[in-house]
Design a protein around this ligand. Structure first.
Ligand code: NBG
Length: 839
């Protein structure tokens, strides 16, 4: 159906105001209607989930008008559109965010209260769509928020995993993974669009043949086919009418699945095939920053990319645009290499399906894609064994070989007689078993390549993508990450939002640079007092949560020293632990020692197969058990591990933090985004010169940042000259005592084997230079403790940290992408019809 075939796409006059109006009374009526007509419940039988659903549907109704108008206007205007391709979107709960962006949070809170209910409790009911592992997926979600807020026509394309990131339980101190059945109670935020289903081929072989016109052609003869069904979720901008779309694909067996098996009477075999098809979108791979080369993972990547590109061609054709204009209609961003197969898939679609010449197809492809790299870790760089790749995507492998031949010719011309360069840059790694290198495919197929923080981009140019930088210096750009202040301040820290707004107005919500005006208040005693009171109240709330979930009583007057992120050796949770054990040892040795009381709070998941990361979680819990029970340290140290760190929990944590731990080995963390969210909420950072910490420190001022540790350059130099961690162990008594305590079984009921792998890995390898940075970290923490004792000084620093976070809004990041990579302009969405019908 074409919108312009209707006189009024919103069918105005037919829609009741009670379903869409924003007044408190219509909202209330809609809520009660939904409870009755959608949930089929009345008050006596209604569960909290029924109330949540009734409210969610009432709010969804209020998004629809914006959503439909947005689609209608983009269609009518044929707007240039950003397609953000990402295997992960870590959206977090929708309801609260939509209330904020619609600017009706307070009204709804009041209306719900008048009905004797509590909005906070209803919000708690929402199962968050955890369709991502960590920073990469959450960045995609922040970017969708900013794209909509900035009124940029855009689509997020990804996978609707039936099971998102696992739920983490802690049993006897160990992480246990539970499947995340997030769709259990239904998902009110999505609308299935089976009418836009697409077919995706897999496996088989290729046929080379001559067509009726005597032209040489290639045909892919797959041995499996799956159907992709799109599910759309509206993404509302803040205080704007724009509602963009997140389109996630579910895999289903085609209607007439495996007719061969049917014909041969193998009915059960055919049904089995159906199950295999549906497995494709079953579960998110729970690895952050590492790649395992599993066939199902490649299938997932190809599946969503093929669905999305076919969908985009459908949109293009629907707008009567020729395929030659694909790159004018769409700018595609590849979020890491997970969707990099799109380069070969677009070539295949243009050449095989739409009979375009190689050269035209290649020119369109390169002008369409841009690639964001998110990691410097070698184990995270995706490569697929050629044989596996060819068995799943035989045609794509041919295309990649052809691309590679042409590409290597280009390299030869630019760098004659340089065979080692050719083998380094080849799309195929032939040093041993042969692999397809996805980062190389992404670099060759894109017109822009970016890192996610200034330091990261520099290191990409110097190291990981050095050859590509020499080959195509003009493709490289930096786009420092950002976070959305809507979710991570307005929604999660309402008290601070109100205080800030009372002083500088509310324009900072869409223009975070305005926070700078707070600097004028940084030394105002009354303002400082209010700032502190809010932090204190937020800490009390987190303390109540801790008491409820961990049974531990913590002191809101102590420093809330928080490390919350995925568990990985390079992120060095273990270094934080060495500090804790050091403080503990000091108190045990000298019970009267003065130590600023601290509560150490950890949160984060470990990849299920990552032994060391899981052992560190166990060690944290073991140390917590001993310290929290030891009367000698009472009132001074507490250690808490909060289970199941996710977006919901993050929203509770950031507002309550005094100290943000950003302590990765320099040169390892591409950017970090938690670092920005903590600082925005007034936490001070203790950190290394890594990722975006460098820029955060530049913005807030060196005097407002606790810096320690080696620089990336020093780390490289040390590694090159032969690093020996044992030297540090031998020469540092406190370090030795801390490690010996862990090794001695002190924290493991006398078991000296349990933590041996952790201690040994530090003493003999210490890949991430914990021992090299230990003393610097301990000294810096001492400064933190002293600074906290001067509350006026601390508050001054805290205010300045928040006030200087303007650069780290995802709005700024998105504006940079729009201007420097995507070349796309905002499109204003009105709620009147006139614009919709003019086409
Ligand atoms: C992560 C980096 C983080 C960065 C996010 C978002 C991957 C592969 N990379 O440092 O480790 O903040 O991406 O860019 O998950």
């Amino acid at each position: 159906l074409q919108y312009n075939s209707f006189e009024d796409p919103r069918c105005e006059g037919y829609l009741e105001d009670g379903r869409t109006g924003m007044s408190p009374s219509t909202l209330k009526r809609a809520f009660l209607n939904n409870l009755f007509y959608v949930q089929g419940k009345f008050k006596a039988l209604a569960t909290p989930n029924d109330y949540y659903m009734a409210l969610a549907y009432a709010i969804r109704d209020r998004l629809l008008q914006r959503w439909i108008n947005t689609a209608a206007i983009y269609t009518a205007q044929g707007s240039r559109t950003v397609a953000y391709f990402s295997a992960e979107f870590l959206m977090g709960p929708h309801l609260g965010n939509n209330l904020i962006n619609l600017d009706i949070y307070k009204d709804v809170e009041k209306g719900i209260a008048e009905m004797g209910l509590n909005l906070g409790e209803l919000l708690e009911q929402e199962e968050e769509p955890g369709l991502g592992n960590g920073g990469l997926g959450r960045l995609a979600a922040c970017y969708l928020d900013s794209l909509a807020t900035l009124e940029i026509p855009s689509l997020g394309y990804g996978i609707r995993y039936e099971f998102g990131i696992f739920d983490q339980e802690i049993e006897d101190g160990w992480q246990v993974e539970i499947t995340d059945k997030w769709l259990r109670f239904g998902n009110p935020w999505e609308i299935a669009r089976p009418e836009w289903a697409v077919e995706v081929k897999l496996g088989g072989h290729t046929d080379h043949y001559v067509d009726d016109h005597g032209r040489y052609r290639i045909r892919w003869v797959p041995d499996q086919q799956v159907t992709g069904i799109p599910y759309d979720t509206p993404i509302l901008g803040c205080q704007t009418n724009t509602a963009n779309t997140l389109r996630l694909w579910t895999a289903e067996a085609p209607e007439s699945f495996n007719f061969n098996a049917f014909n041969s009477g193998d009915y059960l075999g055919a049904v089995y095939e159906k199950v295999v098809s549906e497995n494709i979108s079953k579960v998110l791979y729970p690895n952050d920053d590492s790649s395992q080369g599993k066939k199902l993972r490649l299938t997932q990547q190809y599946f969503f990319v093929s669905c999305s590109l076919q969908d985009m061609i459908r949109i293009l054709v629907g707008q009567e645009l020729p395929l030659e204009k694909f790159h004018e209609k769409f700018a595609v961003q590849l979020n890491d290499t997970h969707p990099a197969i799109a380069v070969a898939e677009l070539m295949r679609l243009l050449i095989d399906m739409h009979h375009m010449s190689w050269d035209s197809a290649w020119s369109i492809t390169q002008r369409t894609f841009a690639y964001t790299n998110h990691t410097l870790l070698p184990e995270a760089l995706e490569r697929w064994p050629v044989e596996l790749f060819g068995s799943l995507l035989p045609r794509h492998l041919e295309i990649i070989y052809e691309l590679n031949d042409r590409f290597l010719d280009e390299v030869r011309i630019k760098f004659p007689e340089d065979d080692s360069r050719l083998s380094r840059m080849s799309l195929i790694d032939e040093s041993g078993e042969r692999y397809v290198r996805m980062a190389h495919l992404a670099c060759v197929g894109s017109h822009a390549i970016n890192g996610v923080a200034a330091l990261h981009t520099e290191l990409l140019k110097q190291d990981v993508l050095y050859d590509f930088y020499q080959m195509y210096p003009g493709k490289f750009q930096n786009k420092t990450n950002g976070v959305t202040p809507r979710r991570f301040m307005v929604l999660s820290n309402p008290a601070l939002t109100e205080l800030v707004t009372s002083k500088i107005g509310d324009t900072w919500i869409k223009n975070l640079g305005e926070l700078q005006k707070l600097e004028a208040w940084a030394d105002n005693p009354e303002f400082q007092q209010q700032w502190r009171q809010i932090k204190q109240a937020n800490k009390q709330e987190l303390a109540a949560y801790i008491q409820k979930h961990n049974g531990i009583i913590v002191d809101p007057n102590s420093i809330f020293d928080i490390l919350a992120k995925r568990f990985h050796e390079y992120k060095r949770q273990y270094l934080d632990l060495l500090h804790i054990v050091t403080l503990y040892n000091r108190i045990k040795a000298n019970p009267d020692i003065e130590i600023t009381p601290r509560t150490f709070i950890f949160g984060g998941k470990a990849a299920p197969g990552y032994f060391m990361a899981k052992l560190i979680i166990k060690l944290i819990n073991s140390v917590a058990d001993v310290i929290n029970r030891d009367p000698d340290v009472r009132g001074r140290l507490k250690v808490v591990f909060l289970k199941n760190y996710n977006v919901k929990l993050a929203q509770r944590i950031y507002p309550a933090a005094d100290l943000s731990e950003q302590i990765s080995t320099a040169g390892k963390e591409a950017s970090g985004t938690g670092n920005m969210k903590f600082a925005l909420n007034g936490a001070l950072t203790i950190g290394t010169l890594d990722g975006a910490n460098v820029e955060i420190r530049e913005e807030v001022g060196a005097e407002n940042f606790f810096l320690f540790g080696l620089t990336a350059e020093q780390v490289y130099a040390k590694r090159a000259s032969g690093y020996n961690p044992m030297e540090y162990y031998n020469s540092n008594a406190e370090l030795r005592l801390a490690l010996d305590r862990i090794a001695s079984g002190f924290f493991s009921h006398g078991d000296t084997e349990l933590f041996k792998p952790l201690v040994d890995s530090l003493l003999h390898h210490d890949q991430y230079f914990l021992l090299a940075d230990y003393q610097s970290y301990i000294d810096c923490q001492e400064q933190v403790g002293l600074a906290y004792r001067d509350q006026d000084r601390w508050t001054h620093m805290s205010i300045l940290n928040a006030a200087r976070m303007g650069k780290f809004s995802s709005d700024r990041s998105i504006q940079d992408y729009c201007r420097e990579i995507w070349k796309v302009e905002p499109v204003t969405i009105t709620l009147e019809n006139s614009e919709v019908t003019d086409s």
